[in-house]
Design a protein around this ligand. Structure first.
Ligand code: MN3
Length: 197
């Protein structure tokens, strides 16, 4: 069994003007496709073939090809699912209550999340996670994620590799983060939260 590049639920241009179509196309059809192909190459013909992506990235963390490409596969698959042309605004439902309980307010959570994304040196991700009944924020380098370390179950993540924003925003990572909130699909984040508890 091999992994397939997941299709997006929207067109490359449908997150405009917040995320540009060219970046979306390259990010999905080149970067994510590359992680997918390299992951398949790393596991083909080994005892790892047939394992779930979660099993691969947690049980074979010490295998650099699986860690990097499996992480890239998992992280981007979640990233696309938690964005939508109809996204943005503020959450409601269970995830909203959980955010208020853990951070005091939605605005406080956004500030802490943006800080984690801004201070991730070099390439990586910032995450909103569920952990032991609370929500928490962290960041990881490269294509690592909190599943690998057991630090939490990711509910939402932002890719802060330069390939995610440089064409439109140049070095202005803060502007990319500001813009990205406009496409976050809180219904999807809420679904991830409900699945985590
Ligand atoms: Mn990426």
């Amino acid at each position: 069994m091999s992994f397939e590049l997941p299709e997006l639920d929207y067109g490359y241009d449908e997150l405009e003007p917040h995320l540009d179509a060219l970046t979306m196309e390259i990010h999905h059809s080149k970067h994510h496709a590359g992680y997918t192909a390299n992951l398949n190459a790393a596991i083909e013909g080994t005892e790892m073939a047939g394992k779930s992506i979660e099993e691969l990235i947690t049980e074979h963390f010490d295998n650099a090809a699986v860690r990097n490409n499996g992480g890239g596969y998992w992280n981007h698959s979640m990233f696309w699912k938690t964005m939508s042309p109809s996204g943005g605004g503020s959450p409601d439902g269970e995830i909203s209550n959980a955010i208020d309980a853990s951070f005091g307010s939605f605005e406080s959570m956004k500030e802490e999340f943006a800080q984690a994304a801004m201070t991730r040196f070099g390439s990586g991700w910032a995450w909103l996670c569920a952990s032991n009944g609370n929500l928490c924020i962290c960041s990881t380098p490269n294509q690592d994620n909190p599943l690998m370390s057991g630090d939490g179950i990711p509910l939402l993540g932002i890719d802060v590799w330069e390939h995610a924003y440089y064409k439109k925003f140049g070095p202005a990572r803060a502007d990319y983060i500001d813009s990205w909130w406009n496409v976050v699909d809180w219904n999807s984040v809420n679904d991830n939260f409900l699945a985590s508890i």
